[in-house]
Design a protein around this ligand. Structure first.
Ligand code: SAH
Length: 584
């Protein structure tokens, strides 16, 4: 389980928060910025809780239940995906599970209440009566039908008793009304549920579908094979394919359609799987494991015979942990964090971070991308080691890890995406080339600054990096002259640094040859981050001392204009049209 975020608003809750934290390895205390110093700082409670909720992070909020509900209310439409959400009284005197009944909120409520030595405010009738959520089986098991489950529990609450068929160790401690002759049955089986209303069917994820070749309809073939054996699709633990097919799109699509992980095994010529790649049943006995191993070997041998079958199934008595089965296809996602604030990060980037096993990047950006779970590995490096970082990312992804490389803003704008592609282009390692590579865009500093200032990029513009670390200064000068002549608005990245003190003045001198002193200039510093500032000035007044390496400089064109905004400052914009006079 993802460790919960323990969210507090002030120092008064810190003590209780630390006691809750002690129950969950890897959990962090999130404190309201400037009010309380905790493990993670946040600026806005509502936005932060929604962000955590959307990421599926369990939430323990040490504040009024009403506040928590109001904060996450806009996201409550989909009951299926809700993480546990609990409100805990600041002084530890009350524990109230609010949301996430199917994700184990009541289990957490009991754990926290035990730690705080109080009684949890559990209101779920089935849970109260049976001491366990029958509808919330542990990892490795899936409920066949939630609607039938609810009906079944209400039958039990109405006085029916039940049998338990199959292995359900998590129900051992529950106070279920058991009777061996009962009409109702809880059945733990990989077999399909036939729709009967007197049973609650729970499927152990204990079937592996081995596929030999790809094709358009792999998912359909797997479903047909399951059906032929009367097995439930929910009993499928994973798809297993030969490692040679790692880059195969059809297999990837099939796994997505079936909603299971796709794993790869090294398969030798005669169809024998490497022993290390064989599935391990989570808690199977040695005999059961041997049986499973034998089935998998037979499976691949049969597939290799090319007898017309493309799918073979191997069944274990207990759930199979897909992570112990061969290796995953590695993933490398290059993301942009946007300028800084969580709201300006695209959801796809957040998803990639949540799914990542390894996160690489310049330390400042990796910190900005957190908080992370204890099981996620961070690889922080110096800002200048980009090629080395890109190669490291491929090494990790090539070994089956889910890797994220973080950049600020957009990863394709003077950032890591190009470095990653350059590393891949230069490599002939086939393991690197089958990595699932994705680049997720972000809000670049120029866009974020422009939006705050108004719309200075409303007409044709260009983005230039003034850094001459990777290109000669003469190229920069030529580009500045051409851009100035073309009357483009310019967004300057990397405008100045300690190692490059004179370049910005030189650039401004060049611009002043072409543009009037009254030309509008926007300066955005640390936009989207704490302590951000926005200024507008003119080309005539701008001094390089007004700018540092955390500043975005937008120099307007001849048509960029400004007018006063109510309150303070001005709106700067560049009209979408071009005045004929300026053109002639
Ligand atoms: N990939 C990043 C740019 C990296 S280059 C992006 O798309 O935004 C680094 C330069 O970007 C800095 O020198 C600065 O000029 C600008 N920059 C990055 N983040 C910024 C922010 N939050 N506010 C203002 N400028 C920023």
């Amino acid at each position: 389980m993802t460790p919960p975020a323990i969210v507090i608003l002030g120092i008064g809750a810190l003590n209780t928060a630390r006691r809750v934290q002690a129950c969950y390895p890897g959990a962090q205390v999130h404190g309201l910025q400037d009010r309380v110093e905790a493990d993670v700082a946040y600026a806005d409670l509502g936005a932060h809780l929604r962000d955590l909720y959307a990421r599926g992070t369990p939430i323990v909020a040490l504040c009024a239940a009403g506040i928590v509900i109001r904060c996450v209310a806009p996201l409550l439409a989909n009951k299926g995906v809700e993480p546990p959400v609990l409100a805990v009284a600041e002084d530890g005197s009350a524990v109230v599970p609010l949301l996430g009944g199917l994700a184990g909120v009541n289990v957490m409520a009991r754990e926290i209440a035990t730690a705080l030595d109080v009684t949890p405010a559990i209101t779920t009738s089935g849970e109260l009566r049976f001491g366990a959520c029958v509808l919330n089986p542990p990892d490795g098991y899936a409920l066949a039908s939630l609607a039938q489950g609810k009906r079944f529990v209400s039958d039990l609450l109405a006085g029916e008793s039940t049998r338990v068929e199959g292995e359900a160790p998590w129900l051992d401690d529950a106070q279920l009304p058991l009777a061996s002759t009962a009409k109702l049955a809880i059945r733990v089986t990989p077999k399909r549920w036939d729709g009967g209303t007197d049973e609650l069917v729970i499927h152990p994820r204990s079937v592996v579908a081995a596929v030999s070749s790809s094709g358009e309809d792999v998912a359909e073939q797997v479903l047909a094979a399951l059906k032929a054996h009367e097995l439930a699709p929910l009993a499928l633990a994973a798809l297993l394919a030969p490692a040679q097919r790692m880059g195969d799109r059809a297999l990837l699509d099939a796994a997505t359609t079936l909603g299971v992980p796709l794993r790869f095994a090294s398969v030798a010529a005669e169809g024998r799987i490497d022993a290390a790649d064989l599935p391990q049943a989570a808690s199977a006995s040695a005999a059961a494991k041997r049986l499973l191993d034998a089935t998998m070997r037979a499976t691949y041998a049969a597939l290799h015979d090319d007898t017309g079958t493309n799918v073979a199934l191997a069944l274990s008595r207990t759930p199979i942990d897909p992570n112990t089965l061969g290796q995953a296809r590695g993933r490398l996602t290059v993301i942009g964090l946007g300028p800084g604030s969580a709201e300006l990060m695209v959801p796809a980037a957040r998803t990639a971070l949540t799914e990542a096993t390894d996160i690489l990047g310049y330390e400042t950006y990796v910190k900005m991308a957190g908080p992370f779970r204890a099981d996620q590995q961070l690889h922080c490096t110096d800002n200048r080691e980009e090629m080395q970082r890109a190669r490291h990312a491929f090494e990790l992804a090539g070994a089956g890890r889910a890797v994220v490389v973080v950049s600020s803003g957009d990863p394709g704008v003077f950032a890591m995406a190009a470095a990653v592609l350059e590393a891949l282009d230069a490599s002939d390692d086939p393991r690197w080339h089958v990595v699932e590579l994705n680049i997720v865009p972000g809000v670049s500093a120029a866009m974020a600054t422009a939006a705050q200032a108004g719309a200075p990029l409303g007409h044709d513009f260009c983005m230039l990096s003034l850094s001459d670390n990777l290109k000669p200064w003469s190229i920069i000068e030529t580009r500045l002259r051409h851009a100035a002549q073309a009357d483009l608005v310019m967004a300057f990245y990397n405008p100045i640094s300690r190692a490059r003190p004179w370049q910005l003045d030189k650039a401004l001198d060049i611009l002043r040859e072409y543009r009037a002193p009254a030309t509008k200039v926007v300066l955005g510093r640390d936009i989207g981050r704490p302590g951000s500032s926005l200024r507008s000035t003119t080309l005539g007044e701008l001094r390089s001392a007004d700018v540092d390496m955390r500043t975005m400089v937008i120099v307007g064109s001849s048509t960029t204009r400004a007018f006063a905004r109510v309150g303070a400052g001005e709106w700067v914009y560049t009209p979408r049209w071009y005045p004929p006079a300026a053109h002639d």
